[in-house]
Design a protein around this ligand. Structure first.
Ligand code: NAD
Ligand code: LMR
Length: 317
């Protein structure tokens, strides 16, 4: 029975994510024990979520535990979704959350270092996701860096859907898409290598640079504006996609994952950067892509943004 931890268990994303995990959408038919980590003030609400999970009588679910003790939660954990963090409100940027949220990921990284199972897979969702993953990994020096990822699959899914809509094809037709960089306004949804039903995609330059790129990058803010709260079900769905692909592999298909750079494409080692990647149970950055000047400049602005966030994060240590 695999032990899976979901933090922020009383929150909006978890309310969707937990049922998808419990239904086998991530780990297949393997039974799971679920540990729901919350802050003390929200433990009662998380207990309500746990009661509803139990009431769903899901066949793959074993033990359900609710706790506010991170050491206990991560002890022996084989996978963790680090969702619990403050969402931004209207007019805020995700990096504004770094000071409020960074400390959470330091403490959880330490707890993961203390007792998680070898080979734990950690997906950081709470914003600013890339730098929170950088913090959690830095706080867990005994855990290999590649066990920490950040969620940029939501950006990928948004880009896939918007491109498919533009081309009037189903989103499943689109492949070889990449969202480079940071889960922030600088992110670079890149259609240079994209195909639709196997054929190279051609789009008008103006639409690409003036509409598509800013719309994908600004979609989180657009959802907050329209919905009044940040994305939740789509974030949970993207988290499912990311962890499923990490665990079960992508059979050669590209996905976007924010991974600890080992220097690919000139990204500083250690920065948690969105790359096109394939998985065979471990992620592999798609290497050997040639970048033109425009692509290079867009990657560089993400490197600069992540360096600046990392400099703030480093002060936590
Ligand atoms: P929410 O406010 O509904 O829930 C967050 C929950 O986290 C709350 O119940 C809170 O009590 C809990 N929490 C806070 N500190 C915690 C801690 N130390 N340990 C455990 N739990 C803790 O928020 P939400 O809508 O579920 O969003 C959660 C986070 O995910 C936000 O930071 C949001 O910006 C981010 N997010 C990221 C993406 C992405 O693509 N990376 C997408 C959507 C949302
Ligand atoms: C998103 O992209 O929907 C999330 O990161 C929430 C946000 O603050 O935009």
């Amino acid at each position: 029975m695999a032990k899976i931890v979901v933090t922020g268990a009383a929150g909006n994303i978890a309310y969707s994510l937990l049922w998808r995990i419990a239904a086998g959408d991530v780990f297949g038919d393997e039974p799971v024990d679920l540990t729901l980590l919350e802050i003390p003030d929200a433990v009662r609400a998380a207990e309500g979520t746990a009661m509803e999970l139990a009431d769903s009588a899901l066949p793959l679910v074993g033990n359900i535990e609710v706790t506010d003790d991170a050491l206990k939660a991560f002890d022996g954990a084989e996978a963790a979704f680090l969702v619990g963090a403050k969402p931004r409100g209207k007019g805020e940027s995700r990096s504004d959350m770094l000071v409020a949220n960074g400390q959470i990921f330091k403490r959880q990284g330490e707890a993961i270092n203390n007792g998680a199972a070898d080979g734990i897979r950690v997906l950081v969702v709470g914003n600013p996701a890339n730098t929170n993953a950088y913090i959690a990994s830095k706080a867990a020096p005994d855990v290999p860096k590649d066990r920490f990822n950040a969620l940029m699959r939501l950006d990928h899914n948004r880009a896939q859907s918007m491109l498919a809509d533009r081309l009037s094809v189903p989103s499943r037709s689109i492949e070889r898409l990449a969202v480079w960089g940071n889960h922030s306004d600088t992110q670079f949804p890149d259609v240079t290598y994209a195909t639709a039903d196997g054929a190279p995609v051609e789009v008008e330059r103006d639409w690409y640079t003036e509409e598509f790129i800013p719309r994908v990058a600004g979609r989180g803010a657009e959802i907050i504006e329209v919905r009044g709260k940040s994305s939740a079900a789509s974030a949970a769905s993207a988290s499912v996609d990311h962890m499923r692909d990490w665990v079960q592999g992508t059979e050669g298909r590209w996905a976007t994952a924010a991974l600890p750079s080992t220097g690919e494409y000139g990204v500083d080692e250690g920065l948690m950067f969105g790359f096109p990647a394939t998985s065979d149970g471990a992620w592999h950055v798609v290497e050997g892509l040639s970048l033109n000047d425009d692509q290079r400049a867009r990657l560089d602005s993400n490197i600069a943004a992540l360096r600046a966030e990392a400099a703030i994060a480093d002060k936590l240590f």
